[in-house]
Design a protein around this ligand. Sequence first.
Ligand code: AMP
Ligand code: GLY
Length: 423
Amino acid sequence: MLNILVVGSGGREHAMSWKIKQSPKVNQLFIAPGNAGTAELGQNIPVGVSDFQGLKKVILEKKIDLVVIGPEVPLVEGLHDFILADEELKQVKVVGPQQEGAQLEGSKDYAKAFMQRHNIPTAKYLTVTAENLPEGLAFLESLKAPFVLKADGLAAGKGVLIIDNLAEAQASLKEMLDGQFGAASSKVVIEEFLSGVELSVFAITDGKDYQILPEAKDYKRIGEGDTGLNTGGMGAISPVPFADATFMKKIEDRIVKPTVEGLQKDGIPYNGFVFFGLINCGGEPYVIEYNVRMGDPETEAVMLRIKSDFVDLLLAAAEGTMSEQKIEIDERAAVTVMLVSGGYPGDYTKGIAMSGFEATENSILFHAGTKFKGSDVVTDGGRVLAVSSYGTDMKSALAQSYANAEKINFEGKYYRKDLGFDL
Ligand code: AMP
Ligand code: GLY
């Protein structure tokens, strides 16, 4: 029996906690800092994801056996390395890569060089700093519009610009290098534009072997028909109809396997999740980005489709026994619809009273940004609540989530009603 600590506070961490809680191997579950939803599954502890000393105290006091790190920030900051290096903590098992492997998400330049080295299909690129700006401007001239500029470092999902006009792209390149995204854009990756439909594929690995989790498609734009500003994600659908066995085999052979083998060849220790942000260009998969964690909101759909004991998979990742695992997948469709605060992804108000939870049925409500105010649940973020449902197909699962999305009330509530429109 294990005491498990999940680090994070979003819908992803609520969904993972929900799945972890189904395992008979769990003794006590803690979530730091968690949200109003995770409080129903375990004990929330008010310690932030970057507060390593605070987390150390929790691990010792609560006799934690397994730490599952949800978001990218503590991974890139080296939480796993911190635990390994500490005399009192080094027996604790951790799911999530160390700092070096986390560079696959923490630095676009690092990720591109990795893909190039291991012949993993991705867009042509050039990395530019103040030193080789003229080369960068010339590279842009050699490409066809639109132009893709990416801040090298973490920029909370905002560091990618797609620009139609060459002169504007060249001006933006200079602005980025001049600190538009702070230190994150002191290096910029220029990429060839790839055209196609995107999907998210996930693997859990111990650095040698891996299991592929159900794939998903997420909807990033705020507006229907994929219009308007980018958000953290407005909903997700799994399975993805165009990701048939042939396409998934290409992904495994050309991308997943070479990635895990590449990590090994490069001597990079890695355990945890690899999130492949992919694009389907005329039937051929290309990598748009790596993330070193699960996707959000994809997790709020993907967890519903994992039949196996999730704790077994987490332990196998931490202990290096993934070759003994087999993952069982639920054949049903699963979707999640994200309810967001009015004004999001721009300015919005927090602390708005929520109601209607008891009226919902046959959906699972994962809290993304909520908290308790006394005994009431109030909004506490842009993305507020993920309404997840099963269905025999995507359409029936969506109908179920939409019926329940109606019943949840909070002032300013918004959600996209067209998920799946492109599939
Ligand atoms: P990233 O943070 O790298 O995932 O980029 C954010 C979004 O920009 C992606 O989800 C894509 O929609 C888009 N994007 C990134 N790179 C490219 C590319 N090379 N071609 C076309 N679209 C891209
Ligand atoms: N859903 C995309 C992400 O988690 O980055």
